[in-house]
Structure formats: structure tokens, C-alpha cells
Design a protein around this ligand. Structure first.
Ligand code: GLG
Length: 824
């Protein structure tokens, strides 16, 4: 087949052809949605050429491959990204213009692929972008949820409302290829029997139960500046029985389709919890369905290469993105022992050379534990295998140290009632390498979370790979003006795939001309966000104000509560100032965004408080517009692309030791936004890279947190005096009247009776001081501009290319494939 041509005439022809033949539309009756779709299909055709060539090249070379198993991929929109990667954005712009459309409008028609909750899922998407860009033979595996993360509405009372995100609506999804021929069966329930195999050996066999089918959908992931195109294979559950004719003939139509519905329900919805486990049976089934289908597919591909099982770890690396896919460990052991007939030790040797595990959190409420009775019921054979893995492991530990306490502490089975399987421990025992996602976090993983495992295995098994983000989406695509200025200044776009090049901006940090250009771009991005806010929320904000942004999942540990309490403090202070004094005030727009898990009461109260405060502040003319508060509903990847480039300062203020890394911090700084942050997660490494004079840091250090909590437990919380004033103003009904005030009672109690677990009171004064510094610094535009430039200049390290390379070298042991050479 002749390759697609990228001249305007050919592109126009392709778009029209897809409108007519794929969408069945009359070319004289096309709306934006239809043209977006036809455009997307024509881009997909072009990607497909690269996709096929890449897969062909990998197939021919048959190198060791890596499979990235993740229950979440927060991809966002695909069209703009693909246009950039294929280097056809300009010619497409011209082509759709000729057809009477504006490309930027068309891009807005696409729905986000929002198959993730937050940082963890977005990280997976950034790594797939990097792996494709670097030509690594890496595939992602995930689930094709019919409903992604819910859509968040804020009602007129300021509460979060959740609406289903049926992203695969009747319009179809041009960014996936259904693979009708790639289907596997997945079993649940049943019982374990003993069987004699062909060799006359006695083996366990998992019998009976239910079966559903997994069908593959491939999502192409274009690389930048390469012909390579990666892949994420997503599984959808389908029924094995299509239609129950017996029931239908009995007139029971409902029952005849029930089985199909049940099976399809399995992958229908993404669990909307971030950093919080909700131990639902359906979730456990999703996890097993996911790993079973993925391993069958991986093994199928491996077997085609005619290698022996002992070579499996030389051909296959599997990365477990958090514990969610940990069942892959007992599942591979089961396949090798029960089905392939290997003996236990040989199988276990293979398993432990294949898997590696990324831990993303030390928060106890986020660590997955599954009840033994539930697991026994759904996965009876796996439960036996987990017991055996644990037994053999504990026997080895005992040989080294027979301390009962130690054995209890490291046991994969927690002796609670009912017993629980500690998935993180299973992941550690079944993996060759465990990594944390930022330096401090990886330290905590070693010294706290898996301390006993470190003394057993030795420290080498536990490493750090600091997270990274893709500069393609998060600068090149989201901030075109800054991209162009950087490209012009550095003399080409080599930096997009070699982010360390940004260092070259350092020498312009004091250049007044360059500063002016730089700040002008920031202003333009703020104007863009201000118009979005006006158009969508009808709130007027002045783009010359300092834009102060906190967008991320709403969580107590992330302390949006502290932020809004600080806003109230600021508001009350403004009220006290004379007209003369106000002249000296830096005007602020404080912007929040983020979803709360639907069942997370305290987080939902924080959203309500922010919106209630916004109502009052935004309608108070007496403060001369010096403060505005905006809650942007339904924060997602596409909104982040508008919000991130528009920030002057963004807040990353988790209690020290709680945020594993954070990745939005990297996105903001990459776009020349300063950050106000605690000494936590990747903030610390960002500081080390950009220089401490370019970041506003404050707050209790991680190693002091436990002491303060201990103190508070025994002596109560001494509420900071400024905070006291703020709390009183809430309680007195200043925000929303006395009735609303009582609604906030339980929220305020988390600081007082609850023991202020997240140290809001303890950090409040330092927080306000840091905010004062921000205000002061912003007054000196040149000084601010310099800091902003140095922020971007120092961000090379945080590219997902660097992070992915580290995984490839230190964990996966894979090399890039030469796509061009291999393809000829
Ligand atoms: C986690 C952590 C974040 C981390 C992200 C990616 O809470 O701190 O940056 O994974 O490693 N659940 C998450 O988002």
C-alpha cells in the first residue's frame, strides 16, 4: 500500500472520504463533531502506518520486551498530540480551513480518554509517550472501561455532583482498533482438583466456575521525532454466551441477555478512588481479569518466538504499576506449575526474574489488602498459591532470623479477622526490584514501609526512580508560544526529546528583552484561562493578578483545606486595610480544581467550603477585586493543558512524607510557574535542580511529623492564633450564614478533636509567611521573570524520557529498537 501523502489536497480528500464512507455523512451537511471525527480517522490512518511498521520491526528483531501493567491510563485527548508527533499540524490546519473549519475548534470536540484517577494514571500515559518516543519495545496493558472517571459538576450550593462519563458514546472512538481476533477466556470461582498430567505427574487444576471473555482494543501511542508508534492494549469483558435462546423462547427476554450484561459489567466502570482502597469484589475481579488476559497475551507472543520457558525472563519484563496488577505473580506461577508442568522452584525462579513493582504511596489507607475468604471464593487456586509463596518465603526468613514478631510483620497474610492478603508484600516477594517514585518517598519505602524486607533482601532490591512527565504534551503542545520562544532561543527543537537542553535558557534569565517576551507569554496564557473562566463560570478575573493555582485530587493529605483557610485569612485582612494600604496589595486569583472520591465525606466538605467562600469573596465589592476565588469543575487532562501554562504560583502543600512524588508540580515548573510547596515528594528534587531561591518552601519536615502527632495525641492540638480567627469566622456564619456554618462543623473537628493529623495548624504560620513572601516577590517583575525562566531551565531532569530510560536500564534491561533500519 502506498503511504499516505501529507499535502493539503490529499488530506482534504481523506477527510471528505471518511465523512462520507466512515461516517455516512453528506459532505454538504457537516458539523464540527463530524469533521473532528473524519479528521481523527484520517490521522489514525497515518498513525496506523507507523504502528504497523513498528510492530513489524519489533517482531523481526524479537528483543526483550517490557509490558507495563496499569489499571489506569489517563491519556486525555489524542488528536492534537498525534498531529504534533506526525508533524502535520500546520498542513491539517490549512486543510480543515479550506473545508470551512477551524482546527482549534475541532480539537475541542474530542472527549478525554479519562481511564484513570490522577497522578498514577497520568504517569502511565507519560511513560507510554516516552517509550514510544525512545523506540523502546514496550507495550502498556490496561482495561477499557466504558465509564472513565466521573464528570464532576458543582451544584448551586457548592457541592460536588458526580455524573457518569460515558466516553464511548454513540460517536465511537477513532483512537482504538478493536481486535476481534484477540480474545482470551478468564475464569472465576470454581474449585481446585488434583489431576494427573501427560507425564504422569499429579498437578492441581482449577475447575468449574464462571468464564468471561477478554477482547483486545489497541490504542496507538505516537512517538515524537521517530517513525515509531507504541501501543496500549486495553481489555474489554465480553460474554462467552451471546444469547440464551432457551430463556428467550420461554418469553424471558431479560434473562436471555442477563449473562451478557453481567459479563460486560466487569469492565464497565473505573473505581474512582485515588490513594484509597475500597475492597469491593468487583474490583478484585477486574484486577484478576486484567492480569489473566494480559499474561495470556504475553505468553502467546512469547511462544511464537519458539524459546524455552527458562528464557522467559530474557524476553519479558513486566512492570506492576502499583499493587493493582499483583495477582499476575500467583497467576504466572499457576500457569507455569499447573498448566506448563514446571516444578515450583523453577517456576518461581522465572516469576521473580520477570516482575518489578512500583510503589506509589506510603499512606496506609491506600495499601491494598484483600480478604482471604473473598479471594478463596473468587480465585481458589490463587489463594493456595499465595499461601505457598508465603510459606516458602517465611521459611527462608526464619532461617535467617527466627524472631516471631518479624515473621508476623513480613507475612503476606495478615492475621486479622478475617485474614487479609497484603498485596504490597506479595508484590515485594514476587518482584526482583521495587521502586519508589521520588527520593524522599523511596527512602520512606526502605526505612518504613518495607523496612523488614530490606533487612532480609538487602537494600539493592529497593531503588528510586523519580517520576517524569512528557514535555511533548506538557509544554510543546499545551504552551505553543513558550515552545516557539524556546525553540527560537535554543536554535531548534532538539530540546523536546533532550530536555536537559533547557539549561541553555539560563543565560537569558537576566536579559530584560527576553524576560519581557517570557512574561508576555505568561500573560497571554493567563488571558486564555481568564476567558475560559469568564465563558464557563461567568467570573471575571484580571489576568494581571497573581494566579495562584491548586489543581489535583481533593484529599486531606494534599491540604486544600489549608489553602482555603489561608484564603479566608487573606480576605479578612483585606477587609481591615485602608484604601492607601490596599495600593500595596498584590491582587490574587486563587484557583482550585479537582475531584473528590464520591464516598469521601471530608474531601467533599472541603469542596463545599471553597465554593462557599468563593461566593462571598467574589461578590464583595468592598475588597476592590483584590481577591477572587475560582473552583474549576471537572478538572481533567484537557483542562490541565489550559490551566498549567497560566500559573504564576501553584501549591503543592501536602503534609511532609505523604505525597509520594507529585507530577503536577513538574508540569507547572516546566511552564515557568513558581511553586509554593512543602518539603515533600518531588518538590525536594525540583528545589535541588532549579535552586532554592526559585521555590517557596515551608513547613514541618517529614522526620518531625511523627513527633508532632505524638505530642498532639497526648497534649491536644494547640490551634494557631491566626487559624483560630479563621475558624471562628466560619463558625460564626460569615460564609453562607449560620445554617451553612453548622455544615462545616465536622470539617473543623478534623483539626481539633481529630488531632489535626495532617498538621494544618502546626504549619499554618509558616504557610502564611511563605504566602507573604510570594506577594512581595511578585511585586518585582524582573526578579520574578528571572525565577520563572530559571524554573523552566532547570527542569530537564523531570522528563519522562529520563525516567523511562532509567526503568529500561535499571529494571527492564531492554534496548531501543531501530525502527527505520529494521523496517526495511
Ligand atoms: C500516586 C501518588 C503521587 C505520585 C503518583 C505517580 O500519590 O504522589 O506522583 O502516584 O507516581 N496515586 C497517585 O497519584
Amino acid at each position: 500500500m502506498a503511504p499516505k501523502k501529507n499535502d493539503k489536497a490529499s488530506i482534504k480528500k481523506d477527510i471528505v472520504q471518511h465523512s462520507v464512507e466512515t461516517l455516512c455523512r453528506n459532505p454538504y451537511n457537516l458539523d464540527k463533531l463530524a469533521v473532528y471525527q473524519a479528521t481523527a480517522y484520517s490521522v489514525r490512518d497515518r498513525l496506523l502506518e507507523d504502528w504497523n511498521m513498528t510492530q513489524e520491526a519489533i517482531h523481526k528483531e524479537n528483543p526483550k520486551r517490557c509490558y507495563y501493567l496499569s489499571m489506569e491510563f489517563l491519556i486525555g485527548r489524542a488528536l492534537d498530540n498525534a498531529l504534533h508527533c506526525l508533524e502535520v499540524k500546520d498542513v491539517y490546519k490549512e486543510s480543515v480551513k479550506d473545508l470551512g473549519f477551524n482546527l482549534e475548534d475541532l480539537l475541542q470536540q474530542e472527549r478525554d480518554a479519562a481511564l484513570g484517577n490522577g497522578g498514577l494514571g497520568r504517569l502511565a500515559a507519560c511513560y507510554m509517550d516516552a517509550a514510544a518516543t525512545l523506540d523502546y519495545p514496550t507495550w502498556g496493558y490496561g482495561l477499557r472501561y466504558q465509564y472513565g472517571i466521573f464528570k464532576q459538576l458543582i451544584n448551586s450550593d457548592g457541592y460536588q455532583i458526580e455524573m457518569p462519563d460515558y466516553w464511548l458514546d454513540s460517536n465511537g472512538n477513532p483512537w482504538e482498533f478493536p481486535r476481534n481476533d484477540v480474545r482470551y477466556e478468564v475464569q472465576f470461582y470454581g474449585y481446585v482438583a488434583t489431576k494427573v498430567n501427560e507425564k504422569g505427574e499429579s498437578r492441581m487444576s482449577w475447575e468449574g466456575g464462571d468464564r468471561v471473555q477478554a477482547m483486545a482494543y489497541d490504542v496507538p501511542i505516537p512517538g515524537f521525532d521517530t517513525k515509531g508508534c507504541g501501543n496500549i492494549r486495553l481489555w474489554a469483558s465480553k460474554s462467552l454466551k451471546t444469547f440464551d435462546f432457551a430463556s428467550f423462547n420461554d418469553g424471558d427476554y431479560d434473562r436471555s441477555v442477563a449473562d451478557q450484561k453481567n459479563a460486560e459489567n466487569l469492565t464497565s466502570v473505573l473505581y474512582p478512588n485515588d490513594n484509597h482502597l475500597v475492597g469491593k469484589e468487583l474490583r478484585l475481579k477486574q484486577e484478576y481479569f486484567f492480569v489473566s488476559a494480559s499474561l495470556q497475551d504475553i505468553i502467546h507472543r512469547f511462544k511464537r518466538s519458539n524459546c524455552a520457558w527458562k528464557d522467559f525472563p530474557d524476553k519479558v519484563a513486566v512492570q506492576l504499576n502499583d499493587t493493582h496488577p499483583t495477582l499476575a505473580i500467583p497467576e504466572l506461577q499457576r500457569i507455569l506449575v499447573d498448566i506448563e508442568g514446571l516444578d515450583w522452584d523453577a517456576a518461581w525462579d522465572i516469576v521473580t526474574r520477570v516482575f518489578a513493582f512500583t510503589n506509589h504511596t506510603v499512606l496506609p489507607e491506600a495499601l491494598e489488602c484483600w480478604s482471604v475468604p473473598m479471594m478463596e471464593h473468587i480465585l481458589p487456586r490463587h489463594m493456595q498459591i499465595v499461601y505457598d509463596i508465603n510459606l516458602f518465603f517465611l521459611q527462608k526468613v526464619e532461617k535467617m532470623n527466627s524472631d516471631r514478631g518479624l515473621l508476623n510483620r513480613v507475612s503476606i497474610i495478615e492475621e486479622s479477622n478475617p485474614q487479609q492478603v497484603r498485596m504490597a508484600y506479595l508484590a515485594v516477594v514476587g518482584s526482583h526490584t521495587v521502586n519508589g517514585v521520588a527520593a524522599l518517598h523511596s527512602d520512606l519505602v526502605k526505612t518504613e514501609l518495607f523496612k523488614d524486607f530490606v533487612s532480609y533482601y538487602g537494600p539493592e532490591k529497593f531503588i528510586n526512580i523519580t517520576n517524569g512527565i512528557t514535555p511533548r504534551r506538557w509544554l510543546y503542545q499545551a504552551n505553543p508560544d513558550l515552545r516557539d520562544l524556546i525553540t527560537e532561543t535554543l536554535g531548534g527543537n532538539h530540546w523536546v526529546t533532550h530536555l536537559d537542553d533547557l539549561k541553555g535558557l539560563t543565560k537569558y534569565a537576566d536579559d530584560a528583552d527576553f524576560q519581557a517576551k517570557w512574561m508576555n507569554i505568561k500573560l497571554k496564557n493567563k488571558v486564555r484561562l481568564a476567558s475560559w473562566i469568564k465563558a464557563n463560570l461567568d467570573i471575571t478575573v484580571d489576568p494581571r493578578s497573581l494566579f495562584d493555582i491548586q489543581v489535583k485530587r481533593i484529599h486531606e493529605y494534599k491540604r486544600q483545606f489549608m489553602n482555603i483557610l489561608g484564603v479566608i485569612y487573606r480576605y479578612k485582612n483585606l477587609q481591615l486595610l485602608s484604601a492607601e494600604e490596599r495600593k500595596d496589595v498584590t491582587p490574587r486569583v486563587v484557583i482550585f480544581g479537582g475531584k473528590s472520591a464520591p464516598g469521601y465525606y471530608v474531601a467533599k466538605m472541603v469542596i463545599k467550603l471553597i465554593n462557599t467562600v468563593a461566593q462571598v469573596v467574589n461578590n464583595d465589592d468592598s475588597i476592590d477585586g483584590l481577591l477572587k476565588v475560582v473552583y474549576i469543575p471537572d478538572y481533567n487532562v484537557s483542562l490541565a493543558e489550559i490551566i498549567v501554562p497560566a500559573s504564576d504560583i501553584s501549591q503543592h502543600i501536602s503534609t511532609a512524607g505523604t505525597e509520594a512524588a507529585g507530577t503536577s508540580n513538574m508540569k507547572f515548573v516546566l511552564n515557568g510557574g513558581l511553586i509554593l510547596g512543602t518539603v515533600d515528594g518531588a518538590n525536594i528534587e525540583i528545589r535541588d535542580e532549579i535552586g532554592e531561591e526559585n521555590i517557596f518552601m515551608f513547613g514541618t519536615l517529614a522526620d518531625k511529623v511523627a513527633d508532632i502527632r505524638h505530642q498532639q495525641k497526648y497534649h491536644g492540638v494547640e490551634i494557631d492564633p491566626n487559624l483560630q480567627v479563621v475558624l471562628q469566622s466560619i463558625q460564626s456564619g460569615e460564609f453562607g450564614g449560620p445554617e451553612t456554618a453548622s455544615v462545616f462543623g465536622p470539617l473543623i473537628n478534623t483539626l481539633t478533636y481529630g488531632g489535626d493529623y495532617y498538621l494544618i495548624s502546626a504549619d499554618f504560620e509558616k504557610y502564611l509567611d511563605a504566602q507573604d513572601k510570594v506577594d512581595e516577590t511578585y511585586k518585582d517583575t524582573a526578579a520574578w521573570a528571572k525565577k520563572s525562566i530559571l524554573c523552566t531551565a532547570g527542569m530537564g531532569f523531570f522528563s519522562s524520557d529520563r525516567a523511562t530510560r532509567e526503568y529500561a536500564d535499571k529494571i527492564w534491561n531492554i534496548k531501543p529498537v531501530n525502527i527505520k533500519e529494521a523496517a526495511v
